[in-house]
Design a protein around this ligand. Structure first.
Ligand SMILES: C[S@@+](CC[C@H](N)C(=O)[O-])C[C@H]1O[C@@H](n2cnc3c(N)ncnc32)[C@H](O)[C@@H]1O
Length: 317
């Protein structure tokens, strides 16, 4: 309505008073309903648009993700709104599904759950989403439901999964400060993900501790295992390069898990602090932003500045 009013005004045409009144009414009632309510939520639809077909006859294939988010960016310890790095990781997953499919994926600081929804889409072996904030976790579960994914809480989770469970995503309360070593070791993920989780200097040592446990090489006694839904069988001493069509970037299928961490570097001191802690740990970090570029699947989202995001891999040294 605002846009229409300004367009009509700029073309020197008179706007009906009723139209101004209706606009004012909506503005005031919306504010009354939502102002001061920390928990006020809105529904968003993130539509990933895949170009396909020949250039003369390009049609768009869509993957639409409905999400419940908060109007307040700080709600749920920042976890109830969508941050740009989760859009970026989602584009990465949908651009290079072979990196993630048939792998055991674990996300830290999952927020609204968008990354997990994209992981479920590319048929990972399993997806575990985690967050330290209980209200974020509750909102994430709503979003999994909105996307037809069955949410398994950690209490009812079983390590063995069947093909019927492939659309199941596990959600767990996992504050980095208190997550125990044995609890983390039990997940033994192939891939760890994190979007916009490098921002609070106080939490960073705890985050790096969590990552270093999750990224430990798998025990040799579990030397072979298969991923449900795939023919893939791995040996502990065996590594394969899998070309994912990603312009030279090769994801290593090995027993050493890898973390993909996307981040907007808002404060360089905080980021350098993170690098310092990683340096002192048993992890190595590599900036792969220029090597592994996702497709632009959100071309209509002008507020999403992809160039501000860096993508890192972390591995056990
Ligand atoms: C900026 S938000 C990013 C959310 C989501 N990954 C995204 O990109 O949209 C940071 C997330 O990390 C979670 N988080 C922050 N500190 C944490 C901690 N100490 N333990 C576990 N999760 C934490 C927050 O609850 C929040 O969901």
């Amino acid at each position: 309505m605002k846009k229409l009013i300004s367009e009509v005004e700029s073309s020197q045409v008179e706007v009906l008073d009723e139209f101004y009144e209706l606009y004012a009414h909506y503005m005031v009632s919306w504010k009354d309903e939502n102002l001061g309510k920390e928990s006020a939520t809105i529904s968003k639809f993130v539509s990933f648009l895949f170009p396909h077909g020949s250039s003369s006859c390009q049609k768009l294939r869509k993957f639409v993700v409905p999400l419940q988010c908060s109007l307040n960016m700080l709600a749920g310890d920042t976890g109830c709104s969508i941050w740009p790095s989760s859009l970026y990781l989602s584009e990465l997953i949908l651009s290079f599904p072979d990196i993630f499919s048939t792998r055991k994926c674990f996300e830290v600081g999952s927020g609204v759950g968008l990354v997990g929804i994209c992981l479920a889409r590319v048929k990972t072996s399993s997806v575990v989403l985690s967050d330290g904030d209980p209200s974020t976790l509750a909102n994430m579960k709503v979003n999994l439901g909105l996307n037809g994914l069955c949410c398994l809480s950690s209490a009812t989770a079983t390590p063995e999964r069947t093909k019927e469970d492939l659309q199941t995503v596990e959600c767990m309360h996992l504050p980095w400060e208190s997550a125990s070593e044995s609890e983390l070791e039990a997940f033994a993920p192939d891939i760890v993900l994190g979007a916009d989780v490098i921002y609070d200097p106080v939490c960073l040592p705890h985050l790096v501790r969590v990552l270093s446990i999750l990224l430990r090489p798998k025990q040799t006694h579990s030397s072979t295992h298969s991923f449900p839904g795939s023919e893939h069988v791995e040996d502990a001493n065996h590594t394969n390069d899998v070309d994912n069509g990603s312009h030279g970037y090769k994801a290593r299928v090995s027993e050493c898990p890898v973390a993909y961490i996307a981040s907007v570097i808002r404060n360089i001191d905080t980021f350098n602090h993170f690098l310092g802690i990683v340096e002192q740990s048993n992890l190595s970090i590599c900036d792969i932003t220029d090597e592994l570029k996702p497709m632009n699947l959100l071309p209509y989202m002008y507020s999403y500045n992809r160039s501000s995001i860096r993508l890192f891999t972390l591995k056990f040294k």
